[in-house]
Design a protein around this ligand. Sequence first.
Ligand SMILES: [Zn+2]
Ligand SMILES: [Zn+2]
Length: 390
Amino acid sequence: MSTKDYLEKDYYKALGVAKTAKPAEIKTAYRKLARKYHPDSNQGDTKAEERFKEISEAYSVLSDEKRRKEYDEARSLFGGGSFRVPTGTRPGGNGGFNFDLGDIFSGAGDAGSGLGDLFGTVFNRGGNRNTAQNRPRRGADVETETTLSFSDAIDGTTVGLRLTGEGPCPTCRGTGAKAGTTPRICPVCDGTGQSSRNLGTFGISEPCKECHGRGLVVDDPCPACTGSGRAMSSRTIQTRIPAGVSDNQRIKIAGKGAPGERGGPSGDLLVRVHVKPHPVFGRQGDNLTVTVPVTFAELALGAEVKVPAHRGAPVTVRIPPGTGNGSKFRVSGKGVRRKDGTTGSLIVTVEVMVPQNLNGKARSAIEDLREATAGADPRENLLERAKEAL
Ligand SMILES: [Zn+2]
Ligand SMILES: [Zn+2]
């Protein structure tokens, strides 16, 4: 409970008693209302649950002589709820009288020195932790991997990704209570999950030690999660992998990571993609590559060769006479589809296959060729040129 609660909530009104009510009156009023609004007799009624929390909170303060006095003083001092202290930019924060030391001294403490650090040490980082506890928190990013076939990487595909993470316990639906029982409002913090201390002007609050910040305590713990309300679970999500991903590329799928807390957004899912190699095709960015074996005669005399395309019918590549070994030919539109709808090319590399075993006729034909082309020395001046370069 924070100072802000004191200022904003009218506990006397909540219990329907006068400000001058005697402890016995307060007790009677509380018992009557608590019986009426108890969650056990109002299953699923969130309004009743809210009311029950309100009553319990009010009673916990008004039944304690010391706290009732503090409460009365706070309200008479600040005019019963009209007093507000802006606390700057704290999304989802208390927004009231609960100063946050981390904010006040921000800039001074981060480097490990100065006032912020001093206060952090004195208050055991209570101020900072409190802020983090109350803020809506974005869920964590979740990383996973998937392996695609060469073709699926090019064309895009939908994969089922199995994700393991912590979530609400399915047995108790996150309440932590055994089936048929209901968690109780924590009597120490009255369901707020926070315990507060007043230090002069500052109201410091930190997670309640009794309920560890949950605001609820469980008498009969759920056997599956031993009362924590959390469980490791795995889920499978169907994810579209866009066309054209490369091996080792990381794809971000927004909002599919761990769920946020206190209304914060979910984290992202980061998928590391592995692509299996293809026996024939390779990839260079948006282009596909293929190496096509040819004979010396095809390169020397020219030829038309059929080349496989990744999708659709083979394409015919015309090799002009006198083509060098290792020459590349570009076939437009037979590569990887890009995001803008255009498509890369298929790059065909020709590679001479030298026969390993020649029959008599082939052998004599090549011997004839050697004789016929004996005039030109392909290594002419090679040795001299090598020397000049030195
Ligand atoms: Zn459980
Ligand atoms: Zn508590």
